[in-house]
Design a protein around this ligand. Structure first.
Ligand SMILES: Cc1cc2nc3c(=O)[nH]c(=O)nc-3n(C[C@H](O)[C@H](O)[C@H](O)COP(=O)(O)OP(=O)(O)OC[C@H]3O[C@@H](n4cnc5c(N)ncnc54)[C@H](O)[C@@H]3O)c2cc1C
Length: 211
């Protein structure tokens, strides 16, 4: 399916900010380090932040086999996953028109517990690669006990929307004459300083892929 637009994902509020193509949606999913997963748990909405990764047209989340999120998917597999990237604070001349510049995605789908060992392995590697490329090859691989303690859930990316706000504030015409600074303050999420584990032997240097 080339468009992920459905009646459920059609952006109604400011529809010209809505996108339904993979070219817009997938880079937002891939840039975000985590998502929020909304579930129906015993009749009550619960939204849980968690790490994700995408392989082709499938989104994966993982967690402890004992976690409520993953247990409740077995009872009600309907999920809503939300991903948000913040690009700036929009400083308008009026309080009302303040906003954020953002790129966000909403995905609806069924959570499916991944039982196939190879798919589960690939998903966990993708989650690792998503946070720190090349780390998986450097570290001890998961053992059987760790694999068993981990549940991986897949969500097929068939129904999704992106919403993107960019650019300067949109003030009321009369307010442009006000002597008030207006514009955008950018916000960036950047990887920072590497702080060695206090018990790390001095002989172990920082790997190139982290520099
Ligand atoms: C970081 C951030 C902060 C925001 N802050 C505010 C705020 O303070 N107040 C406010 O009113 N709005 C805010 N928004 C916009 C907000 O996410 C909604 O788009 C808006 O509130 C309209 O919601 P709705 O359910 O009425 O939209 P509708 O247009 O009725 O939603 C219909 C469908 O459109 C899609 N959709 C809606 N919003 C998004 C989205 N953001 N990303 C991807 N798909 C979407 C979904 O599939 C949804 O089911 C913010 C967005 C982001 C990313």
């Amino acid at each position: 399916m080339s468009t992920l637009k459905t009646e459920r994902t059609r952006v109604r509020r400011i529809p010209d900010r809505g996108y339904y193509d993979k070219k817009t949606i997938y880079p937002i999913i891939d840039e975000a380090l985590y998502c929020h997963v909304g579930i129906n748990h015993n009749g009550s909405p619960v939204v849980i932040p968690t790490i994700h990764a995408r392989i082709n047209n499938t989104l994966y989340i993982h967690g402890s086999a004992a976690s409520r999120l993953l247990q409740s998917i077995q009872e009600d597999s309907n999920l809503c996953v939300t991903i948000s990237l913040i690009d700036g604070i929009v400083l308008a001349r009026s309080a009302f028109h303040h906003s954020l510049n953002y790129r966000s995605v909403v995905v609806f789908g069924q959570g499916v517990i991944v039982n196939d060992f190879q798919e589960k392995w690939d998903a966990l590697k993708a989650v690792s690669d998503h946070l720190v490329p090349k780390r998986w090859e450097d570290v001890r691989e998961p053992n059987q006990k760790e694999m068993d303690a981990t549940t991986v859930v897949s969500i097929s990316l068939e129904e999704a929307s992106a919403k993107v706000r960019s650019g300067p504030p949109g003030d009321d015409d009369a307010d442009y004459a006000l002597p008030i600074w207006a514009g955008v303050q950018t916000i960036e999420l950047k990887k920072g300083t590497l702080i060695p584990d206090p018990v790390l032997p001095d002989s172990i240097g920082i790997p190139d892929y982290l520099k």
